[in-house]
Design a protein around this ligand. Structure first.
Ligand SMILES: [Zn+2]
Length: 327
């Protein structure tokens, strides 16, 4: 594999700030690691077979192989960089156009086996690990590629007739050869919400599946035929017995592990209320003031979600500063 041929040359790695979101999701949530994107998705080129053939024949074209949510990355202290291959070195697998950059370079993903790394600091890495360490360009490319690769790995057959479907639209859809039905990547919307009480304390809960001390804000999938706001009110009430009044949307982050879109909210409890956990999903839940939380982190009593998660950033909007502790 000649990773060097398609790598970024000798330039120093771009800073991985993890805080340079587009700002499209609201001023409160600009540091979302997986909501960053620089490369234009170029949807108008997905059906242009002549352009696609030319781009694939161009040795400058950069291809990102992805398998089981992982891609080859150069990982060093505090930053990570995607390792691309040229089209000639790309593995077999479903190919999809990720887009084009300002210099006219084309980026593709391939859902297929990862090439053997040929440099000591290059290895297969999961999006959850390297997402916050990648540049804006690489974070957007890898999130897009992992989402599509996960879908192609899983949704291989027609839900109507059971026939094997074929990728179309440069890997952004699949089509059934028997009944001509078209199928698009599945994305499951989920809401995640920080609830405050009238004293501006924050509701943190521990899921029954999590280790001791780990807490976060409440989350759940939006059900069929339900608005995201209604899902917020329903999940909060089901899991903790709390009735919320005001619900405010903050922003979103794709979480393609395997196929979620996290919709972030703040909500206010409707007056003073007693917490009653459901015991099925939630093991315990409590109100925390900022002082309570700082102390619980200092003493190691609580562990908060890591910076790659939207939960971390939503808690930060309430806490008013970078969160203390480690994750
Ligand atoms: Zn079919």
């Amino acid at each position: 594999m000649s990773t060097a041929a398609a790598a970024d040359g000798a330039q120093p790695p771009p800073p991985a700030t993890g805080r340079t979101g587009l700002g499209l999701t609201g001023t409160a949530l600009t540091g979302l690691a997986l909501s960053r994107a620089v490369v234009d998705r170029s949807a108008h080129l997905r059906a242009d077979s002549a352009w696609l053939a030319t781009a694939w024949a161009d040795p400058r074209t950069r291809v990102l192989p992805v398998q089981h949510g992982r891609a080859l990355c150069q990982v060093a202290d505090g930053y990570a960089r995607l390792t691309f291959v040229s089209p000639a070195d790309a593995p077999d697998g479903v190919r999809f156009l990720l887009g084009t950059d300002a210099a006219g370079l084309a980026y593709f993903g391939v859902a297929g086996p990862l090439p053997e790394p040929d440099e000591p600091d290059v290895r297969a890495a999961h999006l959850r690990e390297v997402g916050p360490l990648l540049s804006d360009r690489d974070a957007g490319l890898m999130t897009h590629a992992v989402a599509l690769a996960n879908w192609h790995e899983t949704f291989t057959h027609c839900p109507r007739c059971g026939a094997a479907t074929n990728p179309v639209s440069s890997g952004h859809a699949r089509k059934c050869p028997v009944d001509d039905s078209e199928h698009f990547p599945r994305v499951d919307p989920a809401m995640i919400v920080l609830v405050t009480d009238p004293a501006d304390r924050c509701l943190l809960a521990r899921n029954v599946l999590w280790p001791p001390r780990r807490v976060s804000i409440l989350a759940g999938f939006v059900e069929a035929g339900e608005s995201a706001e209604h899902a917020v009110a329903r999940e909060v009430h089901e899991e903790t017995g709390i009735v919320v009044g005001v619900v405010r949307y903050l922003g979103s982050q794709p979480w393609p592990m395997p196929q979620s879109l996290m919709l972030g909210f703040r909500a206010e409890a409707d007056g003073e209320q007693q917490i009653q956990v459901d015991d099925e999903e939630i093991a315990e839940a409590n109100w925390y003031s900022r002082e309570d939380l700082t102390r619980a982190i200092d003493t190691g009593e609580l562990l908060l979600p890591p910076p790659v998660s939207i939960a971390h950033h939503i808690i930060q909007t309430w806490y008013g500063a970078d969160l203390p502790g480690s994750w």
